[in-house]
Design a protein around this ligand. Structure first.
Ligand SMILES: [Zn+2]
Length: 248
């Protein structure tokens, strides 16, 4: 999407000349001050998301609160794309842990709503992945649920009664790790996984920048910090080579 690339390049260029305040605390002249930047250090957590009886491992890089929440909101609602680079660091770490070695071959970002994309000129998950140096394949398209979708009750969304995405048939047989910006109830990831399975793709994991802590709002996900159990694969598997040559 050339237009999206140009839009983010223009926004980045504008941020260089426009007065900017720290997205975390409002301190002047920096997109993110040094103190707030430390709040974006990865604090990895994982959960298992039930998708029609299959447990999908989900890894998130941060808690969606405080500076992380403010920075993600500024990126998405105010178009402050200069924040994508620091936010991409926890995403990269989450992807490295969600990626099951040689058992996956493509990273697919979850698209935002079509209305949101038209308004912003960029798709947050895809932008964050690119800023993190990850190669992604655009394998999902949002169906035009828009505001209607938002009015659905959570139980309707959890039950998957209204498909939100359509997947590219070319992904049949591919092993996919999903990427998203924020995980709340997991309903969006579940809908994305269902769409991919419909075309015969195998969804093996999901990674996100941040996850809503269980105590906030409705969440069926029980997050465990990575340090609570084992070390996991860590950085042994670097994300740079993921999905080589599969940009689409
Ligand atoms: Zn700050």
């Amino acid at each position: 999407m050339i237009s999206a690339h140009i839009a983010t390049a223009l926004a980045d260029a504008w941020a260089l000349v426009a007065p900017v305040d720290c997205a975390g605390c409002g301190a002047p002249d920096r997109a993110l001050c040094a103190l707030c930047a430390t709040a974006l250090r990865p604090s990895l957590r994982r959960a298992l998301l039930d998708v029609d009886g299959h447990a999908l491992p989900v890894v998130a890089g941060l808690a969606y609160e405080g500076v992380a929440r403010a920075a993600l909101l500024a990126l998405k609602a105010e178009g402050r794309t200069e924040l994508a680079r620091p936010l991409a660091v926890p995403l990269r770490r989450a992807v490295a842990l969600a990626w099951p070695g040689a058992g996956a071959d493509v990273l697919v970002p979850v698209p935002g709503s079509r209305a949101g994309a038209a308004q912003r000129g960029f798709a947050p998950a895809a932008l964050l992945a690119r800023r993190g140096g990850l190669v992604v394949t655009r394998g999902l398209r949002a169906l035009d649920g828009g505001p209607q979708q938002k009015r659905l009750r959570l139980d309707e969304r959890l039950a998957g009664q209204h498909p939100r995405f359509i997947a590219r048939p070319a992904l049949a047989g591919r092993r996919v790790v999903l990427i998203d910006d924020i995980v709340t109830s997991g309903a969006t990831l579940r809908d994305a996984a269902r769409a991919l399975r419909t075309v015969g793709a195998i969804v093996v994991g999901a990674a996100a920048v941040a996850a809503t802590p269980r105590r906030q709002g409705v969440s069926s996900l029980l997050w465990r910090f990575w340090a609570d159990d084992d070390e996991g694969p860590g950085d042994k598997v670097g994300p740079e080579g993921y999905g080589q040559g599969k940009e689409a």
